[in-house]
Design a protein around this ligand. Structure first.
Ligand code: ADP
Ligand code: MG
Length: 456
C-alpha cells in the first residue's frame, strides 16, 4: 500500500465518525510525508490543525491507521504552510468584485454618530461550557482570536437554534475589545442589518451606512440564513464583506444551516462563506447538559440536588436555551412560593415543558416496532443486511429516533440492529438529522412517528 492509499483509506474511515465540517477542518490538505518503522509523519497546513491532530485525534488516527498497517507506533505532524482550499480554490476574492477603495478614504474624516461594540458582556468564553458538541466551534473562535482576519476568514458557525451560536459570536467580540478598547466591533443580526440597510436607502443615507460598516475591525453577523432571497441586501453585504476581507478585517457569521443549504443565496456569497472556516455546533450530550446546568445555577446562586439536575438534563436534550428556560422557571416558582425545590415539585413545574405526554418506559424495541408499523414493513426486515431503500430508510429513521429520544450510544444502537458497526448508526443519525432540515416530508413523518410512539 502506498502512503497515499494508506492515508486515503484511513481518512475514509475517520470521515464516517465525525461531522463534515470537522472532517474538512482537520483533515483537508493533510497527507503522509513519510512512513518508517511505524512512525508516520503527516503534513498539515497550520499549527491549529497540528495541535488538534496530535492531541485530540491522535488515538483515533493511530487506531484507524493500524487497520491497514498493524505496526503503526506514532504520528507526528509537520506544518507545510499551504493555503489552498479543499477544492483547490484560493481564498482571495476575485479582482472584478472588489470595490473602489479610493471612495472610502472619505470615511477617515467622516464623523459618524454610530456607536460600536454593542455587545452583551454576559456572553464570554468563560461562561461557555465546552463539550464534544461545540469544542470545534470554540477552538475555531479561539484560532480566529489569535490571528484575526487572516487564516480563518470568514468563520462560519452553523447549528440549530439555542445551541450557543450567538453566545460564541458575542464572546469573540467581547474578547477583542477586552484586549483593545479601540477596536471597532459590530454585532448585528441579519434581520437588523437588513432593516438598517432598507432604512438607509429610504432616507438617502446609504453612503453613511456603507462607511459605518467599512470602518470596523470585526463584523459579527448573526443568523445569516435570513439574507436568503434578499437580493439588494446580499449585494451590499457582498461589497462590505469584500471591503473588510481585503483589509484583513475578521468576519464571523452564524447560521442555522451550512452555506450550501441556504436557499436563494447568490453563488458569489456562498463561495465567500465557504472560503474560510466552517464549523458546526450540535446538541450537547448528557454530561455537557449537566455541566451547563451547574454553571447556570452557580451564576444564579441557586442550588438543586443532583437528581433534580439529572432529571432536567435527561429530559431536555436538544437545546441549551430550553435548559435555561427550565431553570428560570424552577427558580422563579421556588422564589415566589418560598419553597425548596424537590424532584416532585420540579416535575410539576416542568410538566408543561418536558413533553408531559412522553410515555414513560419507551425503549428501543418500541421505536423499532413503531417505525416498522408506520412504514408497513416487517420488524425483522430492519435487522437484515439489505440496502434496499424501502428497508434502509426506515432503519436509519429508527436509529435516529433511538439516538435522539433514548440517547443510546452508537455501539448500543448498532447492537439493536443485529450487531451492526457503530459507524452505521452514527452515519444514519447524521444523515437523518441533516435531511430533516430540508426535507419537509421526512420531518413530518418523524414528528408523526414520535407522536405515535411516545404519546399513545
Ligand atoms: P443560538 O444563537 O445558537 O440560537 P444562543 O447563543 O442564543 O443560541 O444560546 C442560547 C442560550 O444558551 C444563551 O443564553 C447561551 O448563553 C446559552 N448557551 C448555549 N450554549 C452554551 C454553553 N455551551 N455554555 C453555556 N451556555 C450556553
Ligand atoms: Mg442566535
Amino acid at each position: 500500500m502506498t502512503n497515499e492509499d494508506l492515508w486515503k483509506a484511513t481518512l475514509g474511515e475517520i470521515e464516517l465518525t465525525i461531522s463534515k465540517p470537522q472532517f474538512i477542518t482537520w483533515f483537508k490538505e493533510t497527507s503522509i510525508l513519510s512512513n518508517e518503522n511505524g512512525n508516520i509523519v503527516i503534513s498539515v497546513p497550520n499549527g491549529f490543525t497540528k495541535e488538534w491532530l496530535e492531541n485530540k485525534f491522535n488515538k483515533e488516527i493511530i487506531k484507524t491507521l493500524r487497520n491497514f498497517q498493524s505496526d503503526i507506533q506514532q504520528i507526528t505532524c509537520i506544518i507545510s504552510g499551504s493555503k489552498k482550499n479543499i477544492d483547490g480554490a484560493t481564498n482571495s476574492p476575485q479582482k472584478n468584485n472588489t470595490i473602489n477603495l479610493k471612495n472610502n478614504n472619505v470615511s477617515k474624516n467622516f464623523q459618524t454618530e454610530t456607536s460600536f461594540n454593542n455587545l452583551n458582556p454576559k456572553y464570554t468564553f468563560d461562561s461557555f461550557i465546552v463539550g464534544k458538541n461545540n469544542e470545534l466551534a470554540k477552538a475555531a473562535c479561539l484560532a480566529v482570536l489569535k490571528n484575526p482576519g487572516t487564516q480563518y476568514n470568514p468563520l462560519f458557525i452553523y447549528g440549530d437554534v439555542g445551541l450557543g451560536k450567538t453566545h460564541l459570536l458575542q464572546s469573540i467580540g467581547n474578547e477583542i475589545i477586552k484586549n483593545n478598547t479601540n477596536k471597532k466591533v459590530i454585532y448585528i443580526s441579519t434581520e437588523d442589518f437588513t432593516s438598517e440597510f432598507v432604512n438607509s436607502l429610504q432616507t438617502g443615507i446609504i453612503d453613511q451606512f456603507k462607511r459605518k460598516y467599512q470602518q470596523i475591525d470585526l463584523l459579527l453577523i448573526d443568523d445569516i440564513q435570513f439574507i436568503s432571497g434578499k437580493n439588494k441586501t446580499q449585494d451590499i453585504f457582498f461589497h462590505i464583506f469584500n471591503f473588510l476581507y481585503q483589509l484583513n478585517k475578521q468576519i464571523v457569521l452564524s447560521s442555522d444551516r451550512p452555506p450550501n443549504n441556504i436557499k436563494i443565496l447568490e453563488d458569489r456569497l456562498k463561495s465567500r462563506f465557504e472560503g474560510g472556516m466552517i464549523t458546526d455546533i450540535n446538541s450537547p450530550e448528557l454530561e455537557t447538559r449537566i455541566a451547563i446546568l451547574e454553571s447556570k445555577l452557580k451564576q444564579r446562586d441557586f442550588y438543586l440536588d443532583t437528581n433534580i439536575l439529572e432529571y432536567i438534563a435527561v429530559n431536555i436534550k436538544n437545546n441549551v436555551r430550553e435548559l435555561e428556560g427550565a431553570l428560570n422557571k424552577i427558580i422563579a416558582t421556588c422564589e415566589l412560593e418560598n419553597k425548596e425545590p424537590t424532584l416532585l415539585s420540579v416535575k410539576n413545574i416542568l410538566s408543561g415543558i418536558i413533553s408531559s405526554k412522553q410515555k414513560v418506559g419507551v425503549n428501543h424495541k418500541d421505536i423499532i416496532i413503531g417505525v416498522a408499523n408506520f412504514f408497513e414493513i416487517k420488524k425483522d426486515s430492519l435487522f437484515k443486511k439489505t440496502r434496499k431503500k424501502k428497508i434502509a430508510i426506515p432503519r436509519q429513521i429508527a436509529m435516529f429516533l433511538i439516538r435522539e429520544e433514548l440517547n443510546m450510544s452508537y455501539p448500543e444502537i448498532g447492537d439493536c440492529f443485529g450487531g451492526r458497526d457503530h459507524t452505521t448508526a452514527l452515519h444514519a443519525y447524521k444523515k437523518i438529522k441533516n435531511e430533516i432540515k430540508d426535507n419537509i416530508k421526512l420531518k413530518n413523518n418523524i414528528s408523526h412517528l414520535k407522536d405515535i410512539i411516545f404519546n399513545c
